[in-house]
Ligand binder design. Structure first.
Ligand code: PHE
Length: 463
């Protein structure tokens, strides 16, 4: 027996697990994507729909993913092998591992910019812009340089690998315990600075005063996609972290804490950014470039801009780093569990392959800018396939698997472990989980998938 099941590492405490999982959740999705998605989709009304998606789909799927991992104590492929006899289900785990690989390759490109921008901030460049055009020009001149963009990608992945190679306790848990509180403090500092600016209230108004006329089907679909991405769902990251969770700990409470932390940080980031953007009369719907194009102008105009520009890009880097390690961990755990590689070998080989795969994504901003597949450059394509297709499909299949294949009798038995008190007191809340997972999540996610394939409009129009 012993040589079949080598001792697997675990998180040292529930706090360690929650901080690591929140570290995975809180990332570029919260600080880079959330504000620009909110900005381009009308503000408060979008946030309302997004919160609804988190509650009725995000949280139930998150509980399901953590539970699967904790039950089997295996990577995504091993988990399906343990709970099902069908090769089709193993491939769902395999798709998760592949998604981890691809997401990390383009995620690390943007994360690398945050690293490069820390240097720009330190050197004082980010407080010297007199107009928006100059900030965009500066961003373009950096990303147009293949050496800069590949260099930053490389450097970022080195940080990532250095953490993952130390394993679950000494690498992931320890770094999350230091970096997550630091992130929180830095971000709160930036938010307070935002509040104190003249004109900050129009930013708050934009974020928290809904204009319902802005809501459409597309809003719902974008909100759902964002909810998935931000909670790191659908590709086994939460499953893998769950596999290192102790059976003494409570899956339900941990999942709720992760959602609360993730949502608070997105809202704090939104507040920090929009109070400043509105105070200086800039455009909230700038899109993908919001933090790299617009914020440097804010820093240039704001008293204390030098310090805040440094703080901001450091916190962006931290957020991206703690997410990216969960991506590499999914891939690593697969090779360690299933292929019996040692951790060091898995991290070095897979980290190097991710770097190689990231190069074409990085070059999409310069040398390969005109190389298009389906009208998209390689970076956009990798983003599109994973964000719109692989993650929702993975989440859909995980919900179906737990609700319909594995079955609630077995799932509830596992869920109860470590959560006995809740089971006695609030059984009806748990039946909500079942209904959401069995019906709401699959149906809504299916709509997102149909939309990605361009089929939703077709169906709605023909109704
Ligand atoms: N949740 C991360 C973010 O918001 C992205 C991510 C997706 C990380 C999937 C891991 C897995 O930036």
């Amino acid at each position: 027996m012993t040589n079949q099941k080598p001792q697997r590492e675990n998180f040292g405490s529930k706090l360690g697990f929650v901080l690591a999982a929140a570290g995975s959740a809180v990332g570029l999705g919260n600080i880079w994507a959330f504000p620009y998605v909110v900005g381009s989709n009308g503000g408060a009304a979008f946030i309302f729909i997004y919160l609804l998606c988190l509650a009725i789909i995000g949280l139930p799927v998150l509980i399901a993913e953590i539970l699967l991992g904790r039950t089997t104590q295996r990577n995504p492929v091993g988990t399906f092998k343990a709970l099902s006899k069908s090769k089709l289900w193993y491939s769902v785990g395999g798709m998760g591992v592949a998604a981890g690989f691809v997401i990390l390759s383009f995620y690390a490109v943007v994360a690398g910019w945050s690293l490069g921008y820390i240097y720009e901030a330190l050197s004082g460049v980010l407080v010297e812009f007199v107009s928006a055009d100059k900030a965009v020009e500066h961003f373009n001149s950096l990303t147009a340089n293949p050496v800069w963009i590949i260099g930053m990608l490389f450097l970022f992945l080195i940080f990532n690998m250095l953490i993952v190679v130390f394993g679950v306790k000494k690498g992931i848990e320890k770094s999350s315990k230091i970096l997550m509180p630091l992130l929180f403090v830095l971000l709160t500092g930036v938010m307070i600075r935002g509040f104190t600016l003249d004109g900050a209230d129009s930013g708050i108004d934009f974020l928290f005063n809904p204009d319902w006329s802005k809501i459409s089907w597309t809003t719902v679909i974008i909100a759902l996609g964002q909810a998935f991405f931000t909670l790191s769902l659908g590709m086994g990251a939460m499953l893998t972290y769950g596999s290192y969770m102790s059976k003494k700990d409570n899956v339900i409470i941990s999942a709720i804490e992760i959602v609360i932390l993730d949502t608070s940080i997105a809202l704090i980031a939104g507040t920090a950014i929009f109070t400043a953007v509105f105070a200086f009369g800039l455009n909230p719907s700038e899109g993908v470039g919001l933090i790299f194009h617009t914020l440097p102008i804010v820093f240039s105009k704001m008293t204390g801009g030098y310090l805040f520009s440094i703080i901001f890009f450091i916190l962006l880097f931290i957020a991206a780093l703690t997410s990216s390690i969960s991506l590499l961990e999914v891939v690593t755990s697969y090779f360690v569990d299933e292929k019996k590689w040692n951790r060091k070998k898995a991290v070095i080989i897979m980290g190097t392959l991710v770097f190689l795969l990231g190069i074409p994504s990085a070059l999409s901003f310069n040398l390969l800018a005109n190389f298009k597949i389906f009208g998209m450059n390689i970076f956009d394509l990798a983003f599109y396939i994973t964000f719109n297709f692989m993650l929702p499909l993975g989440g859909f299949l995980i919900a179906i698997f737990v609700a319909w294949i594995w079955g609630f009798d077995k799932a509830l038995k596992e869920l109860r472990v470590g959560a006995e008190k809740i089971f006695e007191k609030s059984f009806w809340q748990i039946s909500f989980w079942q209904v959401f997972l069995k019906y709401f999540a699959p149906i809504l996610i299916l709509m997102v998938l149909l939309n990605s394939l361009g089929l939703l409009d077709f169906i709605i129009n023909s109704l």
